[in-house]
Design a protein around this ligand. Structure first.
Ligand code: SDX
Length: 434
């Protein structure tokens, strides 16, 4: 770890008249933390924080979010600057290594990743076990977990070399697996990666090319895809990243850990929100129906929520949503889509919600999932593929966070406790006495 935490005095806890001193630690930016690692040993009590709304689970140097300001930094670099000036593989290198690469470092990294994009020929059999109408996220969870059956030479997590090659394999093979999940769902033959193409162009070609004719990747769409991957690459200790860290803390191999992250990301409250947001916009259908859905979203007795709105950390506009909205307009422009009714609904829904006192008071703003669905649909992806694309991009964040955890000397298996409210000890009752 580069910048160690620094002690910043102490907090005092008084329990049953006894005072406990707890160290307060300060990071490079963001809220201080109260170190409670010895609390149970010294005071015999647990803290209680379901959903971890006030709990820091680890020390990290990868990504920082200021929820009030609406800023997101990857290794200190603002997300909008990276989206405008960098490439996904350059951002992947930054997340993994902590610094932007030199020209030769980037060239070597791109060469290495490109030459890990192929899959073992037998691997393709896994897809054939699924129904054609299987949700592609179900395919991703299964096939990515199965990678560990092919790469025993890179599952020894104590070997830095093995960790590096497993990381490169994951980042390189996710687009190939994701494209295969899509092709399988539409009954088209798999398209092999091409080494002369960049990461996002290769992915678009594997998704949309057919053997019957040449496929020319649109530079604008490839650039948009790359930008979308950058926006989704990492995001502190969100639900799926925390899942990967917890799975990895037991020493599980990286392929299995990434598979657990994919499973967690699938939920509609998390990465599944981009698919749910587009379905919601389609259900609303037209601008005149918006007030009815705003009312439903505010009704405590109605489970309906505005998908793509709200965030555990952002209490301001998600900076990724701003870039996503610009990219949405660029893609629709490139494709000559001048009037997309769902975009009209999205823009009007955003305008109304941001003026409504319920959303203002609860600080609910559009998040990254609000505009991504419209963009991805315009690019030709079916709704079910949206979260797959999120998982593809987030793989580098999961890998970076997993590596940071494994290399942290203070790392130990994650094992939360509980407050137990069930039955106290009681004796077994024979059947004839119940
Ligand atoms: C992602 O953590 C990350 O970083 C995730 C992510 C990443 O990059 O990894 O950013 C990706 O998951 C983005 C979020 C995508 N999810 C959605 O868009 C689904 C819709 N949003 C909500 O489900 C919700 O906002 C969450 C899950 C995102 C956050 O929920 P919290 O932090 O647990 O907040 P909450 O549910 O306690 O909501 C606070 C209040 C509640 O009202 P009260 O009980 O206080 O009266 O706001 C309300 C909620 O009812 N509320 C909403 C709402 N989101 C919250 N009301 C209507 N519509 C919404 N979308």
């Amino acid at each position: 770890m580069k910048n160690k935490v620094e002690a910043k005095g102490k907090a005092q806890l008084i329990i049953d008249g006894k005072t406990y001193d707890l160290p307060v630690l300060k990071g490079s930016v963001g809220p201080d933390v109260i170190d409670i690692r010895t609390l149970y040993r010294d005071a015999g009590v647990f803290t209680f924080d379901p959903g971890f709304t006030s709990t820091a689970s680890c020390e990290s140097q990868i990504t920082y979010i200021d929820g009030d300001e609406g800023t997101l930094l990857y290794r200190g670099y603002p997300i909008d600057q990276l989206a405008d000036n960098s490439s996904f593989l350059e951002v992947a290198y930054l997340l993994l290594h902590g610094e932007l690469p030199s020209a030769s470092e980037l060239e070597t990294f791109e060469y290495t990743i490109t030459r890990h994009t192929m899959l073992h020929d037998q691997f393709d059999q896994f897809f054939r076990g699924y129904r054609r109408d299987a949700h592609p996220m179900a395919v991703m969870v299964g096939t990515v977990g199965a990678l560990s059956a092919f790469y025993h030479d890179s599952t020894d997590i104590s070997d830095p070399e093995a960790r590096t090659i497993a990381s490169h394999r994951m980042i390189a093979k996710m687009p190939t697996i994701a494209a295969r999940a899509y092709k399988y769902s539409i009954g088209q033959p798999f398209i092999s990666p091409r080494n002369e193409l960049d990461y996002s162009s290769n992915f678009l070609r594997m998704c949309f090319a057919v053997p019957a004719e040449d496929y020319k990747v649109s530079k604008t769409l490839s650039r948009a895809m790359d930008k979308i991957f950058i926006l989704h690459a990492d995001h502190e200790q969100n639900a799926s990243t925390s899942t990967v860290r917890l799975a990895g803390s037991s020493g599980a191999n990286p392929f299995a850990c990434i598979s657990s992250g994919i499973a967690s990301l699938w939920g509609p409250a998390h990465g599944g929100a981009n698919e749910a947001a587009l379905s919601m916009l389609a259900e609303i259908g037209s601008v005149d129906k918006i007030p009815e859905y705003i009312r439903k979203a505010k009704d405590k007795n109605d489970p309906f929520r505005l998908m793509g709105f709200g965030h555990r950390v952002y209490k301001n506009y998600d900076p990724r949503a701003k870039v996503m909205r610009e990219t949405c307009h660029q893609v629709l422009g490139e494709l000559g889509i001048t009037n997309d009714p769902l975009l009209d609904v999205a823009m009007e829904l955003e305008r109304i919600a941001l003026e409504d006192e319920y959303f203002v008071e609860k600080k609910l703003y559009p998040n990254i999932d609000f505009y991504s669905g419209i963009t991805l649909r315009a690019m030709g992806f079916p709704t079910e593929m949206f979260t797959v694309l999120f998982a593809l991009a987030r793989t580098v964040g999961w890998i970076a966070q997993w590596t940071e955890m494994i290399e942290d000397p203070s790392q130990k298996i994650g094992r939360p406790r509980q407050i137990f409210t069930g039955d106290n000890e009681r004796d077994y009752l024979p059947l004839n006495q119940r």
